[in-house]
Design a protein around this ligand. Structure first.
Ligand code: ATP
Length: 337
């Protein structure tokens, strides 16, 4: 197919770049990695990366936009795009960008995000407003915290009152602490086929909360250990089949509601960050509207992706498949911004 040779897939060298670029190459695209000097030695190890563009720091990305446009590049955003460039610079980007930029406003505002989930009929943890009586264990989350840094747990009102005095961030939310298994569902929605797929699922491993159970509670007494939620890695997880139907339906409801709330709606990869209680109820703590790092476990496919495709399909590769399909059907305008 001629057109496939014309478009190149580009991303920022960080986060899930290896997965995205490997997937693009597997689908026949030329690939470009834009990265910082320290990372050149990493990305030059891999033959599926055709070109490395070096910038001094990630925030210099706009400086190479002209070059990327000349190269006919399509940008695939991942977690580092918002983290390093911010929402506004993502919106200003002139290189064709995979995904709906309008979703960024809904995702980055905690209140709008919560409204979207609630209106989609998605169960979310109870939120305590300022001054409202706390009647259960809670987690305090500061705004802009990354990967569970800047959070604390309190078992009741008294505990909260004591800890909040020494908590520095001024912007935070107080949310019911849901006791259960944190599970991250990686979805992919195609506006071309109008189908939603679950491509993979992971569970996070967080320090120290996931290791507290290794020390029996009688031995912990007096140690004053505080749970913390710093992500150190991810492991794959196959969900009980009985919970899968609900997982699909939740994803479909979020997509359907997005079409009402946001012009064009949500498409491409997204993730519902859930906690499953012993009663087997989902509670959704966050939605990420792009490829998430947990998908890196599945560069060579997953048990779920195998249900749709007879080849090894990662989220990165699925994006490239979608772009290829859009080129073939002359629908690129439907998936790029
Ligand atoms: P990221 O943006 O990387 O997803 P984050 O900083 O937004 O991370 P969260 O996903 O909000 O962080 O939460 C980090 C961790 O804190 C979760 O993985 C989970 O272990 C714990 N956590 C957050 N909210 C709750 C909750 N309501 N109940 C129980 N645990 C929670």
């Amino acid at each position: 197919m001629e057109t496939r040779k014309v478009y190149k897939i580009a991303t920022l060298g960080s986060h899930s770049a290896l997965q995205i670029l490997k997937g693009a190459k597997d689908e026949g695209f030329k690939t470009i990695c834009v990265t910082i000097p320290d990372r050149v030695s990493l990305y030059s190890r891999f033959s599926f990366i055709d070109k490395i563009v070096v910038i001094e720091k990630y925030t210099d990305f706009p400086k190479v936009e002209g070059q990327l446009i000349k190269d006919n590049a399509i940008i695939i955003p991942h977690g580092s795009f918002v983290a390093y460039l911010g929402v506004e610079n993502n919106k200003k980007m002139k290189v064709p960008y995979y995904g709906n930029k309008k979703v960024l406003d809904w995702e980055s505002d905690r209140k709008m995000q919560r409204d979207w989930l609630i209106q989609s009929g998605i169960p979310v943890p109870r939120r305590f407003k300022k001054g409202e009586k706390i009647d259960r264990p809670i987690i305090v989350k500061s705004y802009g915290a990354a990967g569970g840094n800047g959070y604390f747990f309190a078992k009741n009102q008294k505990d909260f009152d004591r800890r909040i005095k020494s908590f520095k961030p001024k912007d935070f939310i107080v949310q019911e602490y849901v006791i259960g298994v944190p599970l991250y569902i990686h979805y992919f929605y195609s506006p071309i086929s109008k189908k939603l797929e679950i491509l993979s699922i992971d569970k996070r491993y967080e320090s120290n909360v996931d290791s507290l159970g290794r020390i029996p509670s009688q031995n912990q007494q007096g140690l004053g250990i505080e749970p913390s939620f710093v992500v150190v890695g991810n492991s794959p997880l196959a969900l009980r089949e009985s919970l899968l139907a609900e997982a699909f339906e939740m994803g479909e409801r979020v997509v359907a509601k997005s079409k009402e709330l946001i012009s064009g709606g949500l498409w491409g990869p997204f993730c519902l960050e859930t906690i499953i209680t012993p009663e087997q109820k989902f509670s959704i703590i966050e939605i990420s509207c792009r490829i998430v790092a947990g998908t890196n476990l599945f560069i060579n496919g997953s048990p779920y992706a195998a249900l749709y495709w007879d080849k090894e399909v990662s989220t990165g590769r699925r994006i490239a498949m979608e772009i290829k399909d859009a080129i073939k059907k002359n629908k690129l305008g439907k998936i790029l911004n």
